[in-house]
Design a protein around this ligand. Structure first.
Ligand code: ASP
Ligand code: MG
Length: 460
């Protein structure tokens, strides 16, 4: 039995969704499909909360926009009128629940974490309703199962929940095994589960991959397939490096590192539930489903030069907190990190020395993060500095920390094209080395490193 996750990035135009539906009908009987919301719907739902809070009048407009979007796709997928009508009725029922939540938040003047999670779960709910109708009207015996009904159980942390694997396994096997044995196609919405207290809790943005991993482990599937709009992990971003190659096999660790920075192919937490069972993940392109794609396994072969990918991330900025004897002053890190966490600002990474703490943030958080720290009292630092013209480069490969000369080779390539390295982080991960350079140097540096590890050295 396998579990297949279908990403929101490929659920775009009606034609594309129609083709994916065909694939599910052909390959699906006896498998579980974990669906994302249609492309852009989760953003609309989340954005809608602010709009609903600002003006009650915005709510009907928002609901009718969501209705139109889904009905437009439904018209394409559901050929027979009666089924289409039935879908429209189901959709209206879900929309009227959603509408009540929006009015609720307008009335109480507050977007609570509980409400935020419930509202953002609706995109996935609509998607499974739509797919189930579309498949059934083609004669593919399909059923959808909502996480709260089948007991996909979480620890209750809103916006960043973790699944309770033991409970989820017991519940899912109880509810789904006989459906699969009867050859049904089973659809489960991704992105959320239900807490002990009965609250809908999401796994964080992009969390459907993680849901799919949880379902796969819980059901002891043989394989987890992730259907995407790309072939798989690449040795570099092909928009940047034309010679970039597909990586046929990666380890869990390599995939997780590459998912934090660089290629956003998988949610970084996806491999977390799989470690014990050593279940494999196969990335498939919905446009070329018979291509091999990338396979992610517990262990993976090491290429001659160890490095599998040169990743980069331009969504990086730094706040430098200058203070003396950082390492000898208890509590300074907690104070600084606490101030940012209180304002919901995520710290992507931290690099420290005795005189400076460098906090890596997303660009959009730089200003707010800077202000938050500026007003910290008593002031634990001498000076604050903002840096926003940098980009992060990382090389990733199992064995990187044990093999001599890899870092030297990488920095030789960077220096060879006259690029200065601003900051290095090496050691925390066994499989990755990260460093920062000026934004303007990114293209030359990534190409130079890629050439060093993958072909004839060159500089451009
Ligand atoms: N729909 C959710 C999001 O956009 C979850 C997912 O797509 O994985 O974050
Ligand atoms: Mg999505």
């Amino acid at each position: 039995m396998k579990v297949v996750k279908i990403g929101g990035g490929c659920l775009t135009e009606s034609e594309t969704i129609g083709k994916i539906l065909q694939m599910v009908a052909q390959r699906g009987p006896g498998s579980i499909f974990v669906l994302s919301a249609l492309n852009g719907i989760t953003d609309t739902l989340i954005d809608g909360m602010k709009r609903a809070l600002a003006r009650e009048d915005n709510i009907p407009q928002l609901i009718s926009h969501l209705r139109d979007k889904h009905l437009q796709v439904a018209r394409h997928l559901i050929s027979n009128y009666r089924d289409y009508e039935e879908f429209a009725r189901d959709l209206d029922q879900s929309l009227s629940e959603l509408e009540r939540y929006y009015y609720g938040l307008n009335f109480t003047r507050e977007i609570t974490p509980r409400l935020r999670d419930v509202i953002s779960s609706y995109g996935e709910r609509f998607a499974v309703q739509l797919f189930a109708k579309g498949l059934n009207c083609q004669g593919a015996d399909t059923i959808y199962c909502m996480p709260e009904k089948i007991g996909l159980s979480t620890d209750g942390k809103f916006g960043d929940a973790t699944a309770n694997l033991r409970k989820t396994s017991k519940n899912l096997q109880l509810h789904l095994t006989s459906l699969l044995d009867r050859g049904k196609i089973v659809l489960v919405p991704g992105f959320f589960g239900v807490s002990e207290q009965g609250d809908i809790t999401t796994f964080g943005r992009g969390g459907s991959d993680y849901s799919a991993a949880v379902v796969a482990v819980a059901m002891q599937a043989q394989l987890l397939e992730i259907w995407k709009d790309v072939d798989g992990f690449m040795s570099a971003d092909p928009k940047f490096v034309p010679e970039a190659q597909l990586i046929p096999v990666l380890s869990y660790e390599e995939a997780a590192e590459l998912s934090y920075f660089g290629a956003k192919i998988l949610h970084p937490r996806t491999v977390e539930p799989l470690r014990k069972s050593k279940l494999k993940i196969s990335i498939k392109n919905t446009v070329n489903p018979d291509e091999p794609g990338s396979l992610i396994t517990a262990r993976s072969p090491r290429p001659k030069y160890i490095i599998k990918s040169v990743a980069h991330d331009t969504d990086i900025s730094i706040i430098k907190v200058h203070a003396s004897a950082v390492g000898a002053r208890p509590g300074i890190l907690v104070q600084v990190a606490g101030q940012l966490t209180e304002r919901d600002i995520n710290i992507k990474s931290v690099v420290t020395s005795q005189t400076c703490i460098s906090l890596l943030l997303a660009r959009e958080d730089l200003e707010a993060g800077y202000l938050a720290l500026k007003h910290l009292r008593p002031r634990p630092f001498r000076r604050l500095e903002k840096v926003d013209d940098v980009a992060l480069v990382g090389i990733v490969g199992e064995g990187l920390a044990q093999r001599k000369g890899i870092a030297a080779r990488c920095f030789e390539a960077v220096a060879g094209c006259g690029v200065n390295v601003e900051m290095i982080s090496f050691g925390p991960s066994r499989v990755a080395l990260y460093f920062l350079i000026k934004n303007k140097d990114l293209h030359s540096a990534v190409n130079a490193i890629h050439s060093t590890f993958f072909s004839v050295p060159r500089c451009n």
